[in-house]
Design a binder for this molecule. Structure first.
Ligand code: HEC
Ligand code: HEC
Length: 353
């Protein structure tokens, strides 16, 4: 970044010198031109005698050769320097664009009052810590329409669960049957590809920095790092409290239904119909995510470790999983959000459904 800035400064100074040189040259040329009028006979260059052979093959030749050596030396020094600084210049340029995209994305993300598309209004402010959205649901039997508040998950951990292309899919097509509408033109929304890219850049910029990233990796973007241990501990405490409060029988069940403000860590929001608006039906019986009850999970996964891997990594578009399963990329990965013990506890509950 710094190097990019220095090179920019040097470039600007170079430009100023060159433009200044042109102006000075122009001025001198005009002045010389005036003098010339009517005196071409003496001043015309081709009427003046040139150097004699002595000078031409002596000092004059040496001077030209010296210039040649000097220019060669400059090339030899400047080319490697250019080669040395180029990678950081490119990195700086890339970072510059990322920051610009993120700041344009933040304008799209902003509340309606600030001219944005109000992602912030539903998802819990500019830091997207999780919120609620007013919505209406229609009872398919009685046709009764009911106003509800639908939990909108925190997005400051969205790249812990999904990769860029999965988030792009969600933004383009929305979450069907939920307040999250399609935003991309391909899904019938108002935003072009560039705007969706900008939103993705903005979401990257507000991620909670990860712990345990590999050496030298960016804590905002690394793929191996996990949620800070303090936050994982808060999740554990909330789950244990739900058990002591009698809201769940086991920590696994509590985690499956975890009702933190962020809304981001529970399975029930996708796998239990009605959970998102406070009217959960049969636990795990399927909504946006599949039905996990009646032994179907045991049918779809030959063994325990296959199931654990699936829940840790989430599904990937087109990729096979378990027995006869083919992922759509819509099942998030929980390996970087929850601890191994927490995932084991959840799966014990899931298998009991
Ligand atoms: C009217 C409220 C509302 C608005 C506006 C809104 N969202 Fe959402 N969004 C939701 C809800 C509710 C969900 C969760 C739906 C569900 O239960 O599956 C959601 C889900 C998401 C998800 C998936 C997260 C996950 O873990 O499942 C992403 C990403 C997202 N929204 C991004 C955005 C962005 C970016 C914008 C702005 C362009 C936006 N949302 C605008 C309500 C909203
Ligand atoms: C954002 C919504 C969402 C959340 C949250 C979610 N899932 Fe899923 N899940 C899905 C979808 C969608 C599928 C279907 C597979 C696909 O589309 O790739 C699925 C599939 C599954 C399957 C495979 C079912 C089968 O029989 O093939 C299991 C097991 C599962 N989820 C467990 C969980 C657990 C455990 C959690 C919580 C730790 C969880 N899910 C959280 C959306 C979700």
């Amino acid at each position: 970044m710094l190097v990019a800035l220095t090179t920019t400064t040097i470039g600007i100074i170079g430009l100023v010198v060159i433009v200044g040189g042109w102006i000075v040259y122009g001025l001198f040329n005009v002045a010389a031109g005036r003098k010339e009028v009517g005196s071409e006979i003496e001043l015309a260059p081709n009427r003046k005698p040139y150097y004699d052979d002595e000078t031409l093959e002596g000092p004059r030749l040496e001077r030209v050769q010296l210039w040649g050596v000097l220019l060669l030396a400059v090339t030899v020094i400047v080319l490697p320097l250019y080669w040395m600084f180029e990678p950081s210049r490119q990195a700086g340029a890339q970072e510059g664009w990322d920051n610009r995209f993120a700041s344009w994305g933040s304008q799209l993300f902003a509340p309606t009052a600030e001219g944005g598309f109000n992602c912030a209004g539903c998802h819990g402010g500019m830091q997207a810590v999780g919120g609620e959205a007013p919505f209406t649901v229609t009872d398919p039997v009685t046709q009764e329409v009911q106003a509800v508040n639908w939990k909108a998950p925190a997005l400051n951990t969205v790249f812990y669960r999904f990769d860029d292309s999965e988030v792009r899919f969600i933004l383009n097509y929305g979450r069907p049957f939920s307040p999250m509408s399609p935003w991309g033109l391909v899904g019938g929304g108002p935003m072009n590809t560039q705007q969706i890219d900008n939103l993705i850049a903005y979401l990257h910029s507000i991620q909670i920095p990860r712990e345990n990233c590999a050496e030298g990796e960016d804590p905002l973007g690394c793929s191996s790092g996990n949620l800070p241990a303090t936050m994982q501990a808060e999740i554990q405490t909330a789950a244990e409290k739900a058990v002591t409060d009698g809201k769940a029988d086991t920590v696994g069940e509590a985690l499956f239904n975890l009702d933190l403000a962020s809304g981001a860590y529970s399975c029930a929001r996708c796998h239990t119909l009605g959970w998102s608006y406070g009217q959960p039906t049969v636990s795990g019986q399927g909504a946006f995510g599949w039905n996990l009850t009646g032994g179907s999970v045991n049918n779809h996964f030959a063994n325990q470790s296959e199931l654990t891997q699936f829940v840790k990594n989430g599904s990937e578009y087109g990729k096979l999983y378990g027995r006869n399963g083919q992922g759509s990329g819509r099942m998030p990965g929980f390996g970087n959000l929850l601890t191994n013990e927490q995932i084991d506890a959840i799966l014990e509950y899931v298998r009991s459904l």
